[in-house]
Design a protein around this ligand. Structure first.
Ligand code: SAH
Length: 283
């Protein structure tokens, strides 16, 4: 970076030799990194990064070796066990290792498994959380993941299990009934089954749905649709993963909170999208 922010007076942790810091890189926009992540990037000897980590972020660690360890659904990629053992080896070589993962390392990111392997091998670790795509990515699309008038709970769901299928262990019926808003990660491949399971479990075909791909990056795309039409609309759009799906009325808030559209001169479509008769409430 040209204008290096001075980190506030604080005992910034030192990334010691032989340690692995497991760090979230946020959903894409480099500005969504944490200061701890920046501090780590500046100290690392080696950065082992995932497919969803933006190149710009790596340029903040010019002194480090950059090792790609991406895994993308359906494409040949490094095996999880191999990645974890590679981290063990690098630490044992005495390197300062930064393991950089998209979003938050402990949210559908296998960060827990990597940390477990490191601990089992006696490697000291530090965990640096990140902004998860299911929260920050939706915020960039103008969708608040909770809103007092919409939901008192939100459920984060993965659209894949370890075998790559729709998770069979998930009780879709309870999930559908138990939470007004569902945020689905890795749902693109199985969106047809997911939509069908939600409708069978009683959710309305008219329920608002948003699909956000490449959230927070310059390639961000947002599609607003409904549960009954999501499959055909996604197919017609040609949208590609990574995608976050949001099911629920919070999607309607985008009509007033699409801040990126507004910055581009697009007026809000509706100031009272929930039909509460009080577009801006102060209490
Ligand atoms: N640990 C990550 C999730 C990893 S699983 C996190 O906390 O965000 C990978 C899935 O995350 C993708 O299939 C997609 O569903 C979602 N994802 C990650 N980055 C995304 C982005 N920029 N836009 C949309 N979805 C994203």
């Amino acid at each position: 970076m040209k204008t290096e922010p001075t980190l506030p007076a604080h005992n910034w942790p030192t990334l010691e030799k032989g340690w692995v810091w497991l760090c979230g890189a946020g959903p894409g926009d480099p500005g969504l990194l944490t200061l701890h992540a920046l501090n780590a990037l500046r100290q690392a000897d080696v950065v082992v990064y995932d497919a969803l980590v933006q190149e710009d972020i790596l340029s903040w660690a010019p002194q480090a070796e950059h090792v790609y360890a991406g895994k993308r659904g359906g494409k040949p990629s490094a095996k999880q066990r191999d990645i974890s053992l590679q981290l063990v080896d690098l630490a044992r070589e005495g390197k300062r290792v930064l393991r950089l993962k998209g979003g938050d390392p402990f949210v559908f990111g296998r960060g827990g498994e990597e940390a477990q392997t490191l601990v089992q091998h006696g490697i000291p670790v530090r965990i640096i959380p990140g902004i998860s795509a299911g929260i920050g990515g939706l915020a960039y699309a103008g969708i608040p993941v909770t809103h007092r008038d919409v939901n008192q709970s939100v459920t984060f769901v993965t659209g894949h299990d370890q075998s790559g299928d729709t998770p069979s262990s998930l009780d879709w019926e309870s999930i559908s009934k138990g939470s007004q808003v569902l945020v689905v990660y890795m749902g693109m491949k199985h969106i047809a089954q997911i939509a069908q399971k939600l409708i069978s479990a009683g959710r309305s075909a008219n329920e608002p749905v948003a699909v956000v791909t490449n959230a927070t990056t310059p390639h961000q795309q947002v599609l607003e649709t409904t549960l009954g039409t999501v499959v055909e609309d996604v197919a017609a759009s040609g949208m590609e993963p990574p995608a976050i799906f949001c099911f629920g009325r919070s999607v309607l808030m985008r009509q007033v909170l699409d801040w990126q559209g507004q910055a581009a001169g697009i007026a809000p479509r509706d100031l009272d999208p929930l039909g509460r008769g009080r577009p801006a409430e102060s209490a």
